[in-house]
Design a protein around this ligand. Structure first.
Ligand code: MG
Length: 369
């Protein structure tokens, strides 16, 4: 089987509500999404999506995905999409780094492989659990009561996992937020306090030590892995790393040096499923639990995360994240798994299990053949 054509689509996905990152320092209203249709000489077609969370959050860029695909297209055409590691090597040789540009191609290849073998991607990744994965809500930073109200709204919809955004220079307010939310947390609820790099080392130390009796988990409490290592040395609360978990070497360092207890694997950032599954295996081998997320995007990106999440044993999966309900437009109505009662569940549909409505994507911005 050979890849014969790549069609690239660009779509602006508007958020229903503007979103403020931890510390209130960055605002997001529209996501620049790239959709890729990969066609083969077998007639099988695969779809991928790459949607960074804007271009100010981490080093990733919507136009960069499309420029990367233009550069890599000659190396991708002619490859057998079922041989995902050969495609991976071809892309890495042709364009070192730029992992976020490779993820949509990687996803489309997994989609085709699943269709070729008649299995959902989660089964190709080793086998899926029978049960779905809890979806984490995303709770914007604000006054403690305001944050608790958001958690209650999600709780009423069945959500048991919540990612509450904290961070910034007002350490007293963060301590107040965390104590208030924990005082109102239900026994079965999983709450992650996501700092999104918004603390200095000093602020991290103050807040984390002030609530160390609660045993709550903090995500990305510092900017870099060196910052995390220093924060780790002066605090005892569990730590999750996501923004600075980019390469397999990062994963190996975090595991070996004991920098974190949870991996937050974001598929667009790490370059797709082929690379992410190795991080999953390092995590399991080291007793590290996982949050699996797209960086953002449609039901297609959510479903990619849900496949990887459902290939992870119960003891190691914390939750995944779903962006589809934050968007105004649905590019694949009636297709793919939806978040039901706070869980997302992969069925036995071969491949990704989502096909976009092409009429909603407009004309391709580039076609390579
Ligand atoms: Mg995070």
């Amino acid at each position: 089987m050979k890849i014969t054509q790549l069609s690239v689509y660009q779509k602006n996905l508007s958020l229903k509500d503007p979103y403020w990152l931890s510390g209130g320092r960055l605002k997001f209203e529209v996501l620049d999404a790239t959709f890729v249709k990969v066609e083969t000489d077998s007639g099988l077609v695969g779809w991928g999506e790459g949607t960074p969370w804007g271009h100010t959050y981490v080093p990733a860029h919507g136009p960069g995905i499309r420029a990367g695909i233009e550069t890599m297209a000659p190396a991708i055409l002619g490859q057998d999409p079922r041989k995902v590691e050969l495609v991976e090597r071809a892309m890495d040789t042709c364009l070192p780094g730029h992992l976020y540009a490779k993820q949509p191609i990687d996803l489309a290849c997994w989609d085709i492989m699943g269709k070729a073998f008649g299995l959902p991607i989660a089964d190709l990744l080793g086998g899926k659990r029978d049960t779905g994965t809890p979806v984490a809500s995303s709770v914007s930073s604000g006054e403690p009561d305001y944050m608790m109200d958001i958690i209650k709204q999600y709780r009423d919809k069945g959500y048991i996992a919540h990612s509450a955004k904290v961070g910034g220079s007002d350490t007293k307010k963060d301590i107040e937020r965390i104590r208030h939310i924990e005082a109102n947390r239900l026994d079965n609820e999983i709450i992650l306090y996501d700092v999104n790099r918004a603390w200095t080392r000093r602020e991290a130390s103050i807040v984390m030590n002030a609530v160390s009796d609660l045993g709550v988990t903090f995500e990305q409490p510092g900017e870099t892995l060196d910052d995390i290592a220093q924060i780790r040395s002066v605090t005892t609360s569990p730590i999750s790393v996501d923004e600075t978990l980019v390469t397999l070497q990062d994963a190996a360092r975090i595991a070996r040096d004991g920098l974190a207890d949870v991996f937050g694997i974001k598929l667009n950032r790490v370059g797709g499923l082929t690379k992410a599954r190795r991080m999953r295996d390092i995590a399991i081998e080291h007793g590290i639990q996982m949050f699996i997320m797209a960086t953002g995007g449609s039901v297609m990106a959510d479903t990619e995360s849900a496949h990887l999440a459902q290939s992870i044993p119960d003891a190691f999966i914390r939750a995944c994240w779903s962006c589809q309900d934050m968007l105004i437009e649905d590019i694949a109505p009636g297709s793919g798994p939806r978040c039901v009662d706070g869980f997302i569940t992969i069925d036995d549909t071969p491949g990704l299990g989502v096909t976009p409505d092409e009429s909603l994507l407009g004309e391709p911005v580039a076609v390579y053949r």
